[in-house]
Design a protein around this ligand. Sequence first.
Ligand code: BGC
Ligand code: NOJ
Length: 814
Amino acid sequence: MQFGYFDDERREYVITRPDTPLPWINYLGCEEYFGIISQTAGGYSFFRDARLRRLTRYRYNNAPLDLGGRYLYLRDDRSGQTWSPSWMPARSALSEFTCRHGLGYTSIASTFDNIHVETTYFVPLGETLEIWRCRVTNQRPKPADLSLFSSIEFCLWDAWDDATNFQRNFSTGEVEIKDGVIYHKTEYRERRNHFAYFACSAPIEGFDTQREAFLGAYRGWDAPLAVERGSLSNSVAHGWQPIGAHHVRLSLAPSETREVIFVLGYHENPKDQKFDPPDSQTLNKRTVKPVIARYLDSHQVQQALDDLRAYWDGLLRIQHARTPNLHVDRMVNIWNPYQCMATFNISRSASLYESGIGRGLGFRDSNQDLLGFVHMVPERARQRILDLAATQLPSGGAYHQYQPLTKRGNNDIGSNFNDDPHWLILAVAAYIKETGDWSILDEAVPYDNLPGSETPLYEHLQRAVQYTLDRLGPHGLPLIGRADWNDCLNLNCFSDTPGQSFQTTTNKDGKVAESIFIAGLFVLSTQELAALAERTGRLEDAARYRAESARMRELIYQYGWDGEWFLRAYDDFGNKVGSQECQEGKIFIEPQGFCVLAGVGLENGYAQRALDSVARWLATPHGIVLQQPAYSRYYLHLGEISSYPPGYKENAGIFCHNNPWVMIAETRVGNGARAMEYYLRINPSNREAISEVHRCEPYVYAQMIAGKDAPTHGEAKNSWLTGTAAWNYVAITQWILGVRPELDGLRIDPCIPPEWEGFTFRRIFRGAEYVIEVRNPRHVSKGVTAVRVDGKVWQGNLLPILPPGVHTIEVELG
Ligand code: BGC
Ligand code: NOJ
């Protein structure tokens, strides 16, 4: 069952009824100002940091789930009828509803009693504001007298404090209203430097800034008293809950359309600006007024929307596929890179499932997110790498998370996730492969942001490797620390309170749990570092890292092989985790995927056997589960993983992030059919037809799909913010379609289903455009037999870095 359809031409998902199984959201903004918006206009906005600079309020896990947003209300001033053109919050009986989620914008259109309203929400490039462009059309045969009301609820900036510290916050709220613009200036008094504003393009009849005045006592957003009454009361908030609401009257002739633009923006005074008492003078009108004026102009708004479209045209042109499979094309060409932009920007901070206050940017998460983003805006990827590296500790380890606003490591959650530092190596390697910008290795970057501690970035990578070499366990395998990629496998974290193991930091000395996953990651990261070392003339380093890589590979064969698959770990007592010897949790996905992806087991058949075991024990029609058999009860020595009921999250859920590791692994052993099969099982577009089962958005990946042990097998959760986005994009573009940037050029090495006749792929790489035509006349999965570059025969499948311009590449498989 579907709740809408893909409009590929316009690059939109069109939702045709408002009551989707879960709120289906989109992101506004792609630089500094962001918002989430659901199909019914729910959501909120923030500047850079969803916790520290929250503009509007949102109450998570509400009933209904998605309440609070960018709500407009209509009132027929003749009949007194009122309605919500976005359906929520009034759940009005609309005769027509569509929500178009596009790239950086959302348009919600509806009809009620022959009044058509279409509102487009977006953030113009380069600005710290959002626009709501509302068009109201009278489709009645007679004139209509209408009132249009806008509404938002301001958050008092720090969303955590806002949600908890009421004894203070009920007395701090301040606003100012000038020329129809509502300024929200709470905190300005205490020498803060920022404020928000909410403006309207039409002359206003009135405004409200105190929530209770607008809603009425004991009322909610579904039926504001002021809307019912048809007038606002020009309330000025002093404390309590500042809001912004405008009232515009519209008298429309039959067929007449009127456009009203609302602008909600954030402003920060320049650093050197003197602070004055908080009166209207300090609201830096000089800077903000022209900006407001510009975006209250219809032509400017249209121009900004066109610019946004052109921006995405440019980003999506960099990599484009035409294959026999619609779901591949749609995800590769539109939605997957779009989701990669969101994960790069938002990390795991703000979605419908991430409250915006819990986490900043994760070290491992952001490094992995970068893999799917680096080709789009490499300069931003470069800066991100340097920011991340600056939170690395002198030991080579890393803060697990940092706050994007301050860029400082966050100590709440500690730093001994022993896989963390290695992802930095993968990110830097990906950046250099994409750009050829070797200078990044020489950038001076501090440790823990301490001035004076700077070393070249290259040394950060060396210390990342050293971090593991300094932390090897009884078998010589890497110690797992607090946890590795699987946050919930807490082999060293003891706690007497079930479910609390993740939170404890009471690692006793002499912890010995070891991770075969980190071992696989180490094999890969040391190979990558060796390649970087070699090409920058550090030959001894290169030899040393290659030797370390080879040594670790041997240790995996010796102590990390269980007979039919790779072991997962050794626990703190030296017992195996993820072994035939275990009662539950006999086989885990992560080491199968990652070891083979790193090339481990290719030469001795282990890789093929491990992948056959995955197919046999872990694969389901909805994706590959994390482990089997699921843990049936809580185990203190395993931690959070066993705190989930079977089939959910890390306890045998389909944790989509690691499915593409298996897809890549399958391409390494040449099994294109299986790689594609796994790819399609979790491809959201391919799951659109079962939206009532999947329940999350059909245009983006979710973190999890309930596994076969769960009563709700196939149900997705935690959409949008997941490493799944980057890894699936890498898996499909670089390994299945096989167009892969390398240090010395562009590798063409597809591994596709044998029935495919071929496909085409356009790739802009280091300034040249490669138009690649792959033909598969002998119906194989893998193996390039002939290559022509601009008509001339080329030896091998590593394309050179070509001069600027368009180049035709013909590739034959066989
Ligand atoms: C979640 C994990 C997540 C971790 C990150 C845990 O509570 O269950 O999925 O990786 O938190 O902080
Ligand atoms: C989500 C976290 O953000 C990520 O860092 C982790 O690897 C996975 N969960 C698996 O636990």
